[in-house]
Design a protein around this ligand. Sequence first.
Ligand SMILES: C[S@@+](CC[C@H](N)C(=O)[O-])C[C@H]1O[C@@H](n2cnc3c(N)ncnc32)[C@H](O)[C@@H]1O
Length: 315
Amino acid sequence: MKKGRASRTAEGAAAARALHRFGVPDPLFDDPYALRFTSPAWRMLMSVPGLGTWVNRSLMRPLRPVQAQVLVRSRYAEDQLAAALAQVGAAQNGRGHDGRGAQQDAYPAGRSAIGQYVIVGAGFDSFALRRTEWAKTLRIYELDHPDTQLAKRQRLHKVSRELPKNLEFVPVDFERETVAAALQRSSFDSASPAFFSWLGTTPYLSNAATLATLQAIAEIAATGSQLVFDYMIPQALLHGEQLEMMQTLKGYTERRNEPLCGDIDPPRLRAAVQAMGFEWLEELDGHQQYERYFAARQDDLVPMHATHLVHLRRC
Ligand SMILES: C[S@@+](CC[C@H](N)C(=O)[O-])C[C@H]1O[C@@H](n2cnc3c(N)ncnc32)[C@H](O)[C@@H]1O
C-alpha cells in the first residue's frame, strides 16, 4: 500500500460492488453504500447517467471474474454469519438456514451465542450501516490498516453523521502487529464467541503474515467462534483462462502499488489451521462457488478459480 493513502484495491472492491447495482436485477450481493465509499474518481464516473450501466456491462467484462470474487466472498461470509446467528433460533423454531438461495435480509430469529463480529481488513465494507437489524445484537469491530481506516472514517462521516454505537475501529498493520494484540486495545471480549471475516486481504500479505494472523485469531477467539476467509492458491494450479485472469489481476494490483504476494497450497493451509485448533468446516473452490452461487444466474458473472473460500470453527 502507498503510505498515507487508502488501499486502492479496497476502493476497487467498493467500486465492484457499486457497479453491480447498475442494471443487475438479482444482485448476488447488494451494497447500497458502496458507491459513496469508493474513490472520488469512481464516484464521479458512476454519477454520469447511463455510464455506470455501460461500464458494468461492457468495460468491466474482462474483469468480471474479479468482480464476481469480490461479491461472492462478502456474500459467503454473510451467509455463514446468518447461519451462525440462526443456530439457536433454528433450534427454537425448527427451521434452519443453509446459506443458499437469495441473500438474507431478515435478521435470523432467536438468540445466538455469537455476539461479536470482527471484520478483519474491513476496507469499505458497509455491514454496520447495511445490516442494521443484525448489527443491533452484535458488537462490531473493524480492523484495518490505519491509512485505509482513516479514509473510511472520513467517508463514513459524510454518509452518516451518527455512527452506529456498537461499531469500534481498531487500526492495525498485520505486518507489524497481530490481530490479537490489536483487539486487546479494544472492548473485544475474548471469553465470548465471535464471528470473524477476513476477505480479500491474504493475497496482499506474505504467507508468514497470513499464518501469523490465523494463529492470532485462534489465540484470541473463544471456543465456538467462527471465521470465514479467502486465500489464493498457487499459480501452478491454474490453467488456461484462469491463469490469464490471474496474470491480468497481478498486473492491475502491481500498478496500484499493492502487489499480490501470498498464495498457499490448499493441503498445507488446511494442516496448518487444524494444528492451530480450528475445525475445518468447509472450503469452496471455484467450481463449488460456481455451483452454489452462480449456476442459476442469467448474467455473465463467474468466479475466479484462483481464490478459495474457507469456513472454520474454533474448537
Ligand atoms: C482488497 S482490500 C479488501 C477489503 C474488504 N475486505 C473487501 O472485501 O472489500 C484489502 C484490505 O487489506 C488491508 N490491508 C492490506 N495490507 C494490510 C496490512 N499490512 N495491515 C492491515 N491491513 C492491510 C487494506 O487496507 C484493505 O482494506
